[in-house]
Design a protein around this ligand. Structure first.
Ligand code: MIG
Length: 820
């Protein structure tokens, strides 16, 4: 293909202002002067390079690649096949202030290299291969082929491709909710959110679209975020063992290389791009009871009564689609729920928050205000020939708001006004892949506003659900003036800024219990920490054992919600007889005792970007065995659990990362770096606490904040090395935490054969009502003679035979010395 040099100049070098200019036409302008057959086109030899600030424009005479240094550890790569970049717009990003300490540039005849103080991006001039290495010149990731594309004759634009090298020892993780092994090497996936009732192991795709993965090779981790909302594909050495590819049906080849070397660094940096969950209301971390559906009101009240009578803690009760009038969103079936406001008030008086479902399908009904309003305002999605997008869902014939239109989102958010006035605490967004009976989802030609950037459903499908829950979240936030609780089924990268998620329509089987454990870990490292599975399995019938083991797993899921399909027998914690009920109660109580720990882990996510669930490989990525461990994981970094994923099992072998660990049930100490055998009768979930941890504990309450606590218990596990912990508390509600109205306490503990020290310092200006700690020090290797608190001798301590020490002390202590 010939190009004249004038055009070439013009197209190779878009200025920085052009890159961000929304006025730039979205269509791809080409300079093709003669038509050649459509084949895959590859970048050729580099022949132009131009620098503009932190952007590096590199061309081959036809195409341009833009390499941008985002931060010291994040480098972005974009490709414009014909030299013109698309409008730079992303629903995923929530950029922070990034640090760029320095950028060094090196060029010789063979390469061009852009380096920050941690990472280098090298471009081979001869073949346009791009690679990333660290400052020690360790090669981390490199192209196998130059980036490539193929013209899409049906829709315009290009299929865009990137293929990288991989070696057999490299492992891969991430990608959201895939129901398969934790390590995804050797597999291929599609991102195209799909309603998958009773999904099977290895089924693909499911509901979420998170184009982010982590590679781990030779002990070095890096991340790759392919920010493209079109249907996209990832192949991790499936088609060819030595290649990893990702590609999409349209849009731009636009990815972020995220440097490690630790998986934790990668996950944190990914969250600096796509954002974090804001703090949830404390009640949302309690136990949630859901079912399709609880109705009429009497049934809802019965369920609530049972929780309180049986003394099983519970904070939230859900209303599924049957609460509505003919499945019309924002309406009530007055026969079942004659006075919802009163019901919600009464439930709240008893400590229950009410969460209700809202789907995207709006019934076509001229007598229904939501339909009428949206129709008048032209808010519904349309087909390419301007017909409305109509499809059948629960209400019958429906039209669907275009949540990619900011005005529609605003309108949608305001629809919750009445619900908020009624006292509804949270909203559950379902069917937002979007799901349509028969069709599966919208046809490709449906048009979307795409925040003014325009696009078809090909471009908007994968972000439709996220924009729906965003509208819901933003509306609630405005109307409630406090922290909203939302839960969504679909979502794209960044959905965590607006919502929690559940893993969708799983099955009451042991295989699915294991999948739930794996999927929640995967979601957690993919940016979506606030996740959970339908406890008990949505479809099918669990027996008491499976349900009980699922409750145990649920205690250690950030979102703890039981849910079940309407055609299954009733499924509450008491549905399987008292043996199971007692164990379920014991574990739900454990959840409530651990609430301050769980809340603190959430804060750690919100403030520092740590995922809440952490796979073992994240603790010890250098150990190849850990690349395949998926059963045990830690919640935060202090508590390790090994959920039981099989029936009738008498014992399991639990691998403990290095360090020392206490078995939660008997406080016996175990050395990490090894596996230990643990007996697993039904009432035992293997739980280990890391030595040196300070684990706060609340008394059992029937719902969060049922009563003001009198003192805070701290369980401190002796350690002979220095360990820090922290505890976070605030009002449990509202936005005071954004203005220092919280308290973050940091503890440092260390010990030796004769002494043990605890230091505390605090940040923030929230002061809980209680004055004292009740400290319990577990595992002391010596008999205590003296306890000094801030230098003063304290005589309130008691020590038992197992050397467990109890101290009562002021919550504001600075240091405690425990001396033999
Ligand atoms: O077509 O609202 O995944 O949790 O109970 C089924 C009824 C629609 C699917 C959700 C499930 C919910 C159900 N919904």
């Amino acid at each position: 293909m010939e190009m004249n040099s004038e055009n070439l100049e013009e197209n190779l070098y878009p200025s920085e202002s052009e890159l961000d200019d929304d006025a730039l036409e979205q269509e791809i302008k080409t300079n093709i002067t003669e038509i050649s057959p459509i084949t895959k086109q590859y970048l050729q030899s580099v022949n132009q390079i131009r620098v503009e600030g932190n952007h590096f424009f590199i061309g081959d005479g036809r195409s341009t690649v833009c390499v941008t240094v985002i931060s010291d550890e994040i480098i972005r790569v974009r490709m414009a096949p014909q030299g013109i970049f698309l409008i730079d717009f992303s629903y995923a990003l929530s950029p922070e202030d990034y640090r760029i300490s320095r950028i060094d540039i090196y060029e010789d005849d063979i390469i061009y290299r852009i380096s920050t103080n941690t990472v280098s991006c090298t471009i081979q001039k001869i073949n346009f291969h791009i690679s990333f290495s660290d400052r020690d010149d360790t090669l981390i990731n490199e192209d196998e082929y130059p980036m490539h594309w193929e013209e899409n004759t049906e829709f315009g634009g290009y299929y865009v491709y990137c293929t990288k090298k991989t070696v057999p020892t490299e492992s891969f993780f991430g990608l959201g909710d895939k129901p398969t092994e934790f390590n995804i090497r050797g597999k291929r996936f599609t991102l195209w959110g799909t309603d998958t009732y009773a999904f099977a192991k290895d089924q693909d795709p499911l509901y979420r679209n998170i184009p982010f993965y982590i590679g781990l090779n030779n002990g070095i981790a890096y991340g790759l975020f392919f920010d493209n909302t079109f249907k996209s594909f990832f192949d991790f050495g499936h088609q060819e063992e030595d290649k990893v590819s990702f590609w999409a049906d349209g849009g731009e080849l636009n990815y972020y290389y995220i440097h490690g070397p630790h998986m934790m660094d990668v996950v944190k940096r990914y969250s600096s791009l796509t954002g974090r969950h804001p703090m949830p209301p404390l009640w949302a971390l309690g136990y949630h009871q859901c079912r399709w559906s609880y109705f009429p009101e009497k049934k809802v009240k019965d369920i609530a009564r049972n929780f309180r009578d049986r003394k099983i803690p519970c904070d939230a009760i859900y209303l599924d689609i049957d609460y509505m009038d003919g499945y019309r969103c924002f309406t009530w079936n007055k026969k079942y729920f004659p006075d919802p406001k009163r019901m919600i008030r009464e439930l709240k008086a008893d400590g229950f928050q009410t969460v209700v479902i809202i789907d995207p399908g709006i019934k076509v009904d001229e007598n229904y205000y939501v339909y009428k309003e949206a129709k008048e305002k032209n808010y519904f999605c349309r087909r390419c020939d301007d017909y409305f997008m109509e499809g059948h869902v629960w209400p019958g014939r429906c039209q669907f708001p275009d949540f990619t239109n900011p005005e529609v989102r605003e309108w949608w958010g305001d629809l919750f006004k009445e619900y908020v006035e009624m006292g509804i605490a949270g909203i559950w967004n379902d069917m937002n892949e979007p799901a349509v009976f028969g069709l599966g989802t919208f046809p490709n030609d449906v048009r979307h506003n795409f925040d003014g950037k325009r696009g078809s459903h090909r471009k908007a499908h994968n972000i439709y659900g996220m924009q729906m829950v965003r509208a819901t979240y933003e509306g609630l936030k405005k109307l409630q003036g406090k922290r909203p609780f939302t839960i969504t089924r679909s979502g794209y990268a960044g959905v965590q800024r607006y919502s929690s998620v559940w893993t969708g329509d799983n099955v009451a089987s042991w295989e699915h219990l294991r999948l739930a454990g794996t999927m929640c870990q995967r979601l957690s490292i993919s940016g979506v920490s606030f996740c959970g599975s339908d406890i008990g399995g949505f479809t099918g019938e669990p027996d008491g054992e499976l349900f009980t083991r699922w409750i145990q797993l649920g205690v250690f899921a950030p979102l703890m919600r039981a849910h079940s399909a309407g055609d299954t027998p009733e499924r509450e914690p008491w549905s399987f007889g008292t043996l199971y009920e007692d164990i379920c109660r014991q574990y739900i109580e454990l959840r409530y005792k651990l609430l301050p720990y769980i809340y603190s882990a959430f804060w750690e996510h919100y403030r520092y970007g740590f995922p809440i669930l952490r796979p073992v490989v994240m603790h010890e990525q250098g150990n190849m065995d850990n690349h395949f461990r998926q059963d045990e994981f830690t919640f935060g970094d202090k508590i390790l659990v090994f959920p039981i994923y099989e029936p009738g099992i008498e014992s399991v072998e639990v691998y403990l990362p290095r360090g020392k660990w206490y078995f939660f049930w008997d406080n016996k100490i175990h050395k990490g770096g090894n596996s230990v055998q643990v007996d697993t009768p039904l009432d035992i979930l293997p739980i280990f606490i890391k030595a040196g941890s300070v684990i706060p504990e609340y008394p059992v309450m029937q719902y969060t904040q049922e009563f003001e606590i009198q003192e805070l218990s701290l369980n401190i596990y002796y350690s002979d090395y220095l360990v820090n912990s922290f505890i976070y508390e605030d009002q449990g509600e509202g936005y005071g935490y954004e203005n220092q109205h919280y308290i973050e306490r940091k503890f440092y503990v260390s010990g030796n054969d004769t002494n043990f020290y605890i230091n505390q310092n605090t940040e923030g200006n929230f002061s809980p009502r209680y004055e004292n700690y009740r400290i319990k020090i577990i595992g002391l290797p010596f008999k205590v003679n003296k306890v000094l608190i801030d230098g003063w001798e304290n005589n309130t301590f008691t020590q038992d035979n197992a050397h467990t020490l109890i101290i009562l002390c002021d919550k504001n202590f600075k240091n405690i010395e425990v001396l033999s």
